[in-house]
Design a protein around this ligand. Structure first.
Ligand code: EGV
Length: 377
């Protein structure tokens, strides 16, 4: 396959991920590809019934049940449930595109977390917005006021991809108040929330209390091995004042009621033990990766506390991630160099590769061993 890079000198992360879909060992994309649990297998066995019910029930009812099960499983109990407040999309990237388009009339500059997955800056740039990087370190401590200068919107991925860094409750509160004071739109991408209990405090309670204009993109796509049957949820308060609903209607009528049923069933299972199994699975895969690489000179794991389903591995200073990933790719092992995550300063990303952990254990085992040999070579 030839990678079309248009004006870019290098492929984007998704183009690299596509290379891993059909052959070899894939620890590249952040989608969920682990084995189904026993309970999840039961849901899959019941798919014909779900399909039948989906065909019969009113969509409004299915949508509202899907939303309350999903938000409930993640402790987001104060999510706005009124009409039009949660727009159900095919994926979080579709939600992102709708959100980006909605900003263009009223906002020219957006402050965006750095690093983060490259399709976020690419979508924002694609609609003509100017981007200012916010170092993710500032989310943990430091003066948030500096962040706000000259931006009409602040966009934070939390937990962040690939680092797993989380915006804590007190910091969200500060940020939301700052945004309320300056009329700034606060946008969150919480696609990795399901992995990280520290991000499961009630975000909407804080956002609502602050009185800020907010948009949140939630996602089911990273969590469950449903073969990319998933939804992205675009959540906003009335105050936001962005034309999200009309742009949504330009792009889609709604998602399949069958997928709404499936997300509801997986959310219920997650709330009653499924999340615990998921967390255990990711933790053991992370331990396996770290253990396999622990004795490689110079290699370390910069995101010590991360619980998300991807792990950054820092290489020794003489190695470059793009080169290491290219060598692995030649052996049929696919993982991502972090260069493209560092959208404002790509050189910083050459120090890291990203390994996806939402995989069968054997896949992580094979990938870890291959990475170890290439690094020791
Ligand atoms: C990750 C794939 C899109 C994206 C993967 C991702 N790219 N949607 N253009 O879903 O971390 O690998 O977010």
């Amino acid at each position: 396959m030839i990678l079309q890079t248009s004006s870019r000198a290098e492929p984007n992360l998704t183009q690299l991920e596509v290379l891993a879909l059909s052959s070899g060992i894939n620890v590249s994309d952040g989608h969920a590809r682990q084995e189904l649990t026993e309970q999840q297998c039961r849901i899959v066995d019941e798919m014909a019934t779900l399909f039948d019910e989906a065909a019969r029930a009113p969509v409004e009812e299915l949508e509202s049940r899907c939303h309350s099960s999903f938000f409930g499983a993640l402790q987001q109990n104060s999510f706005p449930a009124g009409p039009g407040r949660v727009l159900t999309c095919y994926s979080s990237s579709v939600a992102m595109e709708i959100f980006a388009r909605s900003l263009t009339k009223s906002v020219s500059t957006i402050a965006l977390i750095h690093p983060t997955f490259d399709n976020i800056p690419d979508i924002l740039k694609g609609v003509g917005l100017n981007l200012i990087p916010i170092d993710e370190g500032i989310l943990g401590s430091g003066d948030l006021k500096k962040v706000a200068r000259s931006a009409g919107c602040i966009f934070v991925t939390t937990p962040n991809n690939p680092t797993g860094a989380v915006l804590a409750a007190d910091r969200l509160s500060c940020l939301a108040e700052l945004c309320a004071d300056h009329g700034i739109v606060l946008a969150l991408d919480t696609s990795f929330r399901g992995f990280e209990p520290a991000s499961q405090y009630d975000n909407y309670e804080i956002l609502e209390a602050s009185g800020c204009r907010y948009v949140v993109i939630e996602d089911t796509g990273k969590l469950w091995p449903t073969l990319d049957l998933k939804v992205g949820l675009l959540v906003h308060n009335q105050k936001t004042g962005l034309p999200l609903e009309v742009i949504y209607s330009d792009i889609l009528l709604g998602v399949s009621p069958f997928i709404l049923q499936l997300v509801e069933a997986f959310s219920r299972d997650a709330a009653s033990g499924g999340f615990k199994l998921l967390h255990d699975h990711i933790r053991t895969n992370r331990e396996l990766l770290r253990g396999t690489l622990s004795s490689v000179p110079g290699v370390f794991f910069p995101d010590a506390d991360s619980r998300v389903s991807v792990e950054r591995v820092a290489l020794n200073s003489s190695q470059r991630a793009t080169e290491v990933c290219k060598r692995l790719r030649a052996q049929g092992i696919h993982m991502l160099p972090c260069r493209q995550f560092y959208w404002a300063r790509p050189e910083l990303g050459e120090r890291f590769v990203r390994v996806a952990l939402a995989r069968p254990r054997t896949t992580v085992e094979a990938a870890s061993a291959a990475l170890r040999s290439v690094l020791l070579d």
